[in-house]
Design a protein around this ligand. Sequence first.
Ligand SMILES: Cc1cc2nc3c(=O)[nH]c(=O)nc-3n(C[C@H](O)[C@H](O)[C@H](O)COP(=O)(O)O)c2cc1C
Length: 213
Amino acid sequence: MKTIFINGSPHGRQGNSEIFIRQLMIGMDVVSDVLYVSTHQYDELADQAALADRLIFVMPLYVHAMPGIVMKLFEVMKPAKKGAQILFVVQSGFIEAAQSAYCVKALKHQAARLGYECLGVVVRGNSAGVSLMPEKANRKLFEDLQALGQRLAETGELDEVIAARLGDPYRLSRQKLCQLQLLSRLGLGDLYWQYMLRKNHAYKKRFDRPFGQ
Ligand SMILES: Cc1cc2nc3c(=O)[nH]c(=O)nc-3n(C[C@H](O)[C@H](O)[C@H](O)COP(=O)(O)O)c2cc1C
């Protein structure tokens, strides 16, 4: 079975999607081709995708949607070859996997439109810092991605239990939300974003509301 990974991130090899792909591959115990939407020509990508028995799209969530480059690729993709399967993995920055709800619908729609058997859409929140975190902090995530890849290779199906674990929390509880709001007001919110603000010399401006009153 010819499996092709498609990395849908504008960050290509440097991004978090690439890390997800490598972990899935370790679990599958194969070295599959990876195509990069950020650097390949769309027509060339569409031609290669049409030859695969199974496509695994891994992409970030951008403003509640698939990245524009992925949408553009869907516009030129050819109908699936007979029996071809497709699996999507969407990883995103905010904690709640529910952020990806609209994207999930859109991806399933694209799969059906092109005639692929859709194995599912795995969603994972809280992933913006994956490339910056030490290996230890990503241990659970990597174990789940490897197990997901392994189950896929063994059964040809998506393991719904592992997928559900990756997609947890779907929504934050009221209590957790209150805790996070409090931490944020005390300036002790997400350490990753604090790091990014400092790195971009914007820390002092973090409470600015350019469009507010
Ligand atoms: C332009 C842009 C828009 C984003 N929009 C969202 C969003 O709507 N929801 C979310 O949870 N994360 C959002 N993110 C965070 C990315 O999904 C997250 O950082 C992801 O891990 C990036 O993956 P990559 O390095 O493979 O591109 C956004 C990031 C960027 C740069």
